[in-house]
Design a protein around this ligand. Sequence first.
Ligand code: ZN
Length: 423
Amino acid sequence: MRTLRIGSRGSDVMEIQALLRKIGYNPGPIDGIFGQQTQQAVIQFQRDKGLTPDGIIGPNTYNALGKFLIGYVIYIIRPGDTLYNIALRSYTNLARLLAANPEIDPNNLRVGQRIIVPYGIDVVDTNINYTYEIMERDIQGLKTRYPFIEIGVAGLSVLGRNLYYIKLGNGPNEVFYNGAHHALEWITSPVLMKFVEDFAKAYVERRNIRGYNIRDIWNQSTIYIMPMVNPDGVDLVINGLQPDNPYYEELITWNNGRMNFSEVWQANIRGVDLNHNYDAAWELSKQAERRLGIFGPGPTRYSGPYPESEPESKAVADFTRNHDFRLVLAYHSQGEVIYWNFMDMAPPEARRIGELFSQVSGYVLEELYGIASYAGYKDWFIQEYRRPGYTIEVGKGKNPLPISQFDKIYNDNIELMLLAAVV
Ligand SMILES: [Zn+2]
């Protein structure tokens, strides 16, 4: 981690601001700019924690903030402790404490025993630019808090980042939700991550969500979630082109000489549009892109040299082949639209299910023609399996959608994601 001080800018500053806000300080607007208000909040935090109050986030302050970032601390049981009292002191509840420590006997705590104490605050932040690093830490934080969820890696991106998936449930009905095939559409990653957290939390606390019994879904279905299919692209869009990027020179060329990728780059780090890289009318996609004047890597719409040429799309396709998905959702932004068909190959029930999705989300159900309708993930899934597959375009506006749209997007989609697991 780099040292942060007044004048620092970036997604890491944003993350710290969001954290300070979450634990009761006032850093000012969560804008990724380390100004005086953020400095004052850091000084206050340092005072409270007995650190040198210099307003600079170096190793010691990072360390103190770190346990809040991952959302838990390791606690050693002392004489006289009860789980109830620990929960009370830590602003959490007994159900969460027991969930994070499935092996302990609450009536027989041993002095010196190590337990995980999750904080009462949520893990997944929904008010910051959601980088791969933040997602990775959130996945670790959720796994520690909710050890019953399963985490896996389906493959590696071009630059070696993990293509994480999360498994919720144990039932025979398998479904698959993925997000951020397109770099500018990273808002879909926190949508899926927040869903993981809410689902796990409701499971522990035996609560319903929108009238859906989470334990029933858990037993009936297995939900696989890959929140970020294109982590290299998301990193490029949010953090900018870094000098150590092995494709540094090529990326500038592919981006028509521009250094700014934050408003245009949809592809992976080799300039391939992952959602045009699947083996479904891929030749038609190729022809269409040539008519658009696209003959090689670039910010968007280049289908690659051959289907599944990219490790990210190959990993998603392999992951799909290795399971038996009854239904898939591919999350994109924007438009508040649900696409449900591919060359009339979707099964009859796909439209009916799509209409239900439309009802619970308020999104419009549509078919798609032209270049956007070839060689996408849902196209390939429908063609290969003749089962329901959907592209869901969340939010409205120009990509990348600002994170301020998160609450509406999540609210529109949470029931859809629950319904998709049981429909
Ligand atoms: Zn997209």
